[in-house]
Design a protein around this ligand. Structure first.
Ligand code: CA
Length: 233
């Protein structure tokens, strides 16, 4: 799967432009224009890299950076204003891996992203948090073993296709968070997917038939008009 980048930038035009370029390069992109929202997203989801503007509504980018890096490791590139030397220093002190000064050439940003992804890969182990088995996600008696690409319910192996496996993984990683069809579609099929959007519902149906129906549980909940969620309790 391609790297997933969270783009935090409140200047709409710039954000849209950078998003298009990143998608064109094959990255999956999620956007936020608000510091507080971005922090929540970054804490709840897996991102391979975060592009973080400093002057943001909601919560200042440096504060987002500090609070985020206290909780998890993820490479952050700061987007800073030309004369904000102190922001750059504070940002690097706070743990940003790099910064780029606005306005920037998109080629330079892309080069810095490639370097950051190469030098600071986010392993599944880190993103899964401390104290958990390496690469294993759980829900009740169900385990998803990422390294072995194996899903079991109470010891019984459940054969899943690649996309079913990815869909289940994304839902398990985000327990108690309702994921929209768009988010699931992007994560499972990639941003450039041009087929039917009901493909998400189709895979949910397959998962329910293989897991819920087979083992008599209610794992995946439909949130009408919004999307799907696996509730942790
Ligand atoms: Ca800004």
């Amino acid at each position: 799967m391609s790297a997933v980048i969270l783009l935090v930038e409140d200047e709409e035009k710039l954000a849209r432009f950078v998003e298009l370029e990143l998608v064109h390069e094959g990255y999956q992109v999620e956007k936020s224009g608000n510091g507080r929202e971005a922090l929540d997203l970054a804490l709840q989801n897996h991102y391979d890299l975060i592009l973080l503007d400093i002057m943001l509504p909601g919560l200042n980018g440096l504060e987002v950076l500090r609070r985020l890096l206290k909780e998890k490791q993820v490479p952050v590139i700061l987007l800073t204003a030309r004369d904000a030397v102190m922001d750059k220093v504070s940002g690097l002190d706070a743990g940003a891996v790099d910064y780029i000064t606005k306005p920037f050439a998109i080629e330079e940003l892309l080069a810095r992203i490639r370097v950051a992804l190469k030098l600071h890969p986010v392993s599944l182990q880190e993103s899964a948090g401390a104290g958990k088995e390496e690469g294993v996600l759980r829900w009740q008696d169900l385990t998803l073993d990422e390294p072995r690409r194996q899903v079991r319910y109470a010891g019984h192996e459940i054969p899943l296709t690649n996309r079913e496996f990815t869909m289940l993984k994304v839902l398990l990683e985000n327990q108690d968070i309702v994921l929209s069809r768009d988010v699931l579609l992007n994560r499972v099929c990639g941003y450039d997917y041009a087929g039917e959007t009901n493909v998400v519902d189709v895979y949910i149906r397959y998962l329910r038939s293989k897991i819920d129906d087979t083992f008599g549980v209610r794992m995946i909940t439909t949130v009408r008009g919004v999307g799907y969620v696996i509730k942790s309790e």
